[in-house]
Structure formats: structure tokens, C-alpha cells
Design a binder for this molecule. Sequence first.
Ligand code: NAP
Length: 256
Amino acid sequence: MKIGFIGVGKMASAIISGLNTTSHDIIISGSSLARSREIAELLEVEAAESHQALIDEADLVILGIKPQLFDRLLPELTFTKPIMSMAAGVTLDRLAALTNPELPLIRIMPNLNAQILQSSTAICSNQHVSESLLTAAKEITDSFGTTFDIAEKDFDNFTALAGSSPAYIALFIEALAKAGVKNGFGKTQALDIVTQTVKATAEHLLKSADKPNDLIDKVASPGGTTIAGLMDLERTGLTHSVCSAIDKTIEKSKSL
Ligand code: NAP
């Protein structure tokens, strides 16, 4: 399949590094012909002469531009091929209205971990997408991480849990490291210790049968250090605080 990208910034470049591990051909079109040629050389892919030329050549068009550009750019083009959009807040209905309502349309929500080919990516599609096209689309999203079938009504929820949460998890890591510094570790050493522990804890949950509560019970021995810390985290409302932040994220995502 020949896959065309209109707009090649952080996220599309990450996706292309995943796609480079597959046998698909890639063609790109950036903000200008000069930019297309520059990026194409860097990513070792083909540059299109224009967005329209890209649409004509590609079997699938992936939109890597910012949502704010959609209203201005898309109606100027004649879309004749299936489209995949990664734009936050742009629904399949809106995409259909801006392109061609008869076309197969796929919406995805990747996260920044696509840069290390470990994105958690949501996918949904309209009624024109065939079984085989959806399978091909999932092969693309699997090339840069893990794909989750998510109903479009839940995309805002997914955006909070997987799109924004890397920032919240990084904040937690930063807070733990600061606590280490407060008690005498150097910052670099504290960050190394905490980051490795967070990574291993996530892997432990993914690889073993343990649920988070099982792991908590195993670490918290009776009358020990961990239960003292856990009680304090709940006194200051960690679960409520996280839930409230996710609610705020969903609220913002719905308002875009
Ligand atoms: P980005 O790095 O700013 O990339 C946007 C790209 O669009 C830039 O390379 C820009 O080129 C290009 N562009 C601007 N005008 C254009 C035009 N007229 N024609 C073609 N290309 C044009 O943004 P991003 O973070 O990759 O985001 C891209 C999409 O991914 C957005 O829809 C966003 O909602 C979605 N997304 C991003 C993330 C994330 O974590 N970043 C997560 C989920 C979804 P120049 O550099 O030459 O201006």
C-alpha cells in the first residue's frame, strides 16, 4: 500500500518511523514543496509535488496537520481515497463534511510514546470502512505501538487516559524524585531510581496476573513502612485528585 501524509510534524514523523519497519511505500506533503523535500530527505521517503498530487498517488491519506488547519485546508482539496485522521477533537462526521462523506474514514488517537514505537492508540471508523481496510489500518497503528478499538463516543475519555496521561505520569515521577532530593539524593540519581521503578511496576502489572490492588497488598506488610505512606496518600486524596484531573481533561477535550 502507498501511504500519503499531509503534514509531517512530531506525530506523523513518529508514525513514519513505525511504518518504516513495514513494507508500505510512503509519500509526504508538508507546509511547502521545499519543506516536503527537506523532510522527505530526512525521513528517507518520497516527496509529493502538492497535496492534491499526493491524494492522487496514495492508497490511504493520513492527515498529520493540526486541527486548527482543517477548516481552511481540507475543503480546497478533492479527496478520492480513504482518509485517516489523528486530529484531537475532530469527529468522523466533521471530517466527512470537510472532505467527502462517501469515503472510508478512520479516526485514531495516538500518544507521544509513538516516538519510541509504544503509543497507546485508539481507533474507530465510519460505515464505509471495509473489514480489510480496518485490518490494514490496525497494522499501521500496531507498527508504532498498541491499538485499542474504542467507540467514537469514548474518544475524549481515551484522550484523557492515554493521550494526556503521559504528562500526569511524568508529573508523578517528578514528584517522587523531588521527594528523594528532599531526603538527600541527587536529582539525577533520584530520577533514575524512580523512572526504573515506575517502568518495572508497569511491566509487572502487564506480565503477571497481579492487579494493582494485589501488588499494593504484597508491598504493604502489616504495620510496615508502605502502609504508613499509603494512608498518607489517601488522607491527602490521591485517588480523588487523579479522578478530578481526568474529569477536567475530558471536559476540555469535549469543548474543543
Ligand atoms: P506538529 O509537530 O506541529 O505538526 C504539524 C505539521 O503540520 C508541521 O510539520 C507543519 O509544518 C505542518 N503544516 C503546517 N501547515 C501545513 C500545510 N498547509 N500543509 C501541510 N502541512 C502543514 O503537530 P503534531 O503534534 O505532530 O500534531 C499533529 C496532529 O496530531 C494534530 O492533529 C494533533 O491533534 C494530533 N495529535 C498529536 C499528539 C501529540 O502528542 N503531539 C497526540 C495525539 C494527536 P511546518 O513545521 O513546516 O510548519
